[in-house]
Write a protein that binds this ligand. Structure first.
Ligand SMILES: *Cc1c(COP(=O)(O)O)cnc(C)c1O
Length: 442
């Protein structure tokens, strides 16, 4: 480097690390993160992107802007309630409070009265599940729905056969194929029927000394139409009982009771009263809680799963247990509110937004998402903006995810909490201004 090279003037690392705001940031950011921000800023100066005298202010700005998590909260304006790319179910206020409370030391495995260890980890979540779903004798909470399915097939059928309809050998999303998952447990698939039609006698013929369990899987995100037939849980029940074989139903989405809005969506109570011995659902789909896999069913079958060594490897953490209990015991979770949102109220909110920015309101159908109630429209409205507003909205603060459809950027308020309407309006205004600026400079 030549003596007059301006890069010689780049502030040294120890000087930058010692700036008072950088020192104060150490209670919220790790040394590694702080050093990397300093290093990146010096590199920018070495590449000539900023001048040497701009390095210290740039470090201060970078440190101030950085938080310990880089996940960005997003306003979900897509109308899709259980949005897989947005982390599925947003938690209720009660669940958020429970998460925070459980983040410290908690009595998750301690009896405070005696000071001794309890073996009832998860008892409170279990009790809340049984209170919400009295048709179940027992409940078990594990890490997620896929883990519950792995645990069920391992505990009930490892080294033996899982009898399943060919119409239910589905890929659920992100390359997650149910048959591969089941086979990974050492259980063998005994496929019955055909892709479009499976009959009770197909199941009956498949049952033998090697049968570990009968499995019904709700094919979530797709529907068979036309010449189809499937055997429902209540039809399978007598067959399973006669042979003393457990009947497991993986419902996926997780309604505890029938919902008149979603007539075709299976629910836990109906599956149990139809004779399922164990029902599997996800905690963070229509149940509206944290990521979890929930098994509800007959106590002997649930106990076989809970006792299996694999149960320890897929157990739910204290945060999920706390949030799940609070989801069930607290006020209606956001997922339920979005599903049952009053259409007139939604319309009033979107019209207020439309009037404020001078854009039209159009009819727009929301969706359950996350594999729930595929194809069932949830009638509502959206604000219609130019398509070019979408990237600006996603990059904004708060970040807003609109639906881009038919060359338009649609803002559906179904999944936006009403308390966020003003923040959303500000974000829409900022995005429209950014689009107008871009248009002007072209
Ligand atoms: C979503 C789903 C799963 C997987 O549950 P995760 O909680 O995502 O692990 C399993 N089976 C069905 C039918 C599903 O819909």
């Amino acid at each position: 480097m030549a003596p007059d090279d301006p890069r010689r003037l780049i502030p040294r690392t120890d000087h930058l690390l010692d700036l008072p705001p950088v020192r104060r940031a150490r209670h919220r950011l790790s040394e590694t993160v702080i050093r990397s921000l300093v290093d990146e800023t010096q590199q920018r100066a070495r590449r000539g992107e900023i001048a040497s005298h701009e390095v210290a202010p740039a470090v201060l700005a970078a440190v101030a802007a950085r938080s310990a998590t880089t996940l960005t909260p997003v306003l979900n304006a897509t109308g899709v309630i259980v949005h897989t790319n947005l982390g599925r179910a947003p938690l209720s206020e009660a669940a958020v409070e429970a998460l925070v409370a459980a983040s410290g030391y908690v009595d998750v495995e301690l009896d405070l009265a005696t000071g001794t260890r309890t073996r009832t980890r998860g008892a409170a979540a279990r009790a809340a599940l049984l209170a919400a779903c009295p048709a179940a004798e027992d409940a078990l909470v594990v890490n997620n729905g896929a883990a519950a399915l792995v645990l069920a097939t391992t505990a009930l059928a490892a080294g033996r056969e899982v009898v399943i309809s060919r119409g239910e050998l589905v890929e659920i999303g992100a390359g997650f194929r149910l048959p591969e998952l089941i086979q990974s447990t050492g259980a063998r698939l005994h496929e019955v029927g055909t892709t479009n039609r499976t009959h009770l006698h197909d199941y009956a013929q498949a049952i033998g000394p090697d049968t570990g369990c009968l499995l019904k899987v709700h094919p979530s995100n797709f529907r068979l139409q036309g010449f189809t037939s499937a055997v429902e849980v209540d039809q399978l029940h007598p067959l399973a009982r006669t042979h003393g074989i457990p009947l497991v139903a993986d419902l996926g989405s997780g309604l505890l009771h029938p919902d008149p809005l979603l007539p075709a969506e299976p629910d836990v109570t109906s599956a149990l009263s139809g004779g399922a011995d164990a029902v599997i659902i996800s905690g963070d789909k229509l149940l509206g809680g944290p990521q979890a896999g929930v098994v509800l069913g007959r106590s002997d079958v649930v106990a076989r799963m809970a006792r299996h060594p694999l149960a320890r490897a897929v157990r739910a953490d204290k945060l999920a247990l706390a949030a799940l209990e609070a989801t069930l015991a607290g006020g209606s979770p956001p997922v339920a509110q979005a599903l049952h949102a009053d259409p007139d109220r939604l319309r009033g909110r979107v019209e207020r937004l439309a009037a404020a920015v001078g854009a039209p309101v159009v009819p727009h159908e929301g969706r359950v998402g996350g594999g729930g109630a595929p194809g069932v429209p949830l009638p509502g409205w959206a604000l219609r903006l130019p398509e070019a507003a979408a990237p600006a909205l996603r990059a904004g603060d708060p970040a807003v995810l609109p639906r881009v459809h038919d060359h338009a950027c649609l803002i559906d308020l179904r999944c936006v909490p009403e308390a966020d309407d003003d923040r959303l309006l500000a974000a829409v205004r900022a995005a429209l201004a950014a689009v107008a600026d871009d248009g002007g400079s072209e």
